[in-house]
Design a protein around this ligand. Structure first.
Ligand code: NI
Ligand code: MN
Length: 228
């Protein structure tokens, strides 16, 4: 399978002509100047309602009839916005799909949806454990370090962990390195850093730290891919 980094927390998982997109913050992303933001996905997984994660979900899902997987409250919002193909879930749930399954798991973070006239309750923030054609991907979403990541590592044989490392809104490099001891992935790909100065991160330090734990760290540039 192929993992492509579209910047911030947006990844595309691809295999057998099937595409799964996470948190499609594309057209408003400062790291995607002049890059293509019109991407087609069979599924869009939305971790929470914040604008840097909900991103282009409404437009892309409406255009391509992507199946949007999100927590109940965000799904309800999307449905009101005209998105027809939705799979509402909640923490602890599992959705079986043609590529395997999506489990929704805990994240320690807030969630709300920004509208011009105020904020809409977004439930709580989530992460996803994705079985994508037998490869197990843990997409942490926005989260602080929390000790129950150990449960995620104990109950799932994680091939690739996609972890936020930028700090300020999420865990930082040092905490993400601690998280690796709990999750025990084979490969880690950092995300949610360098989009704005407030979440700048020392990625060299992160990659070296992962290496000392015998975990392969892969730092992807924008629109760069890795074959797993
Ligand atoms: Ni957030
Ligand atoms: Mn965020």
């Amino acid at each position: 399978m192929k993992i492509t980094y579209l910047g911030h927390a947006a990844f595309m998982l691809s295999e057998n002509g099937l595409n799964v997109l996470t948190d499609p913050f594309l057209s408003e992303s400062p790291v995607r100047n002049n890059l293509n933001c019109d991407v087609k996905a069979d599924y869009i997984l939305v971790s929470h309602g914040h604008p840097d994660h909900l991103g282009d979900t409404v437009n892309l899902a409406s255009k391509y009839n992507s199946r949007v997987v999100s927590i109940f409250e965000v799904a309800t919002y999307l449905s009101k916005k005209g998105v027809e193909n939705i799979a509402p879930m909640n923490i602890g749930g599992k959705l079986n799909t043609e590529f395997g399954y999506v489990k929704m798991c805990q994240a320690v973070h807030s969630s709300s949806i920004m509208e011009d006239d105020g904020r809409i309750y977004g439930g709580i923030a989530a992460g996803f454990i994705i079985n994508f054609f037998e490869k197990i991907i843990y997409f942490a979403g926005d989260t602080a370090l929390f000790y129950d990541m150990k449960l995620i590592g104990d109950l799932n044989k994680i091939d690739v962990a996609l972890l936020p490392v930028g700090g300020n809104f999420t865990m930082d490099v040092d905490e993400a390195l601690y998280a690796l001891d709990l999750i025990k992935p084979k490969i880690v790909i950092p995300m949610h850093y360098n989009t704005w100065p407030v979440i700048n991160a020392d990625i060299e330090k992160f990659l070296k730290g992962a290496e000392t734990k015998k975990i392969k760290g892969v730092c992807l540039g924008i629109d760069e891919s890795v074959e797993i």
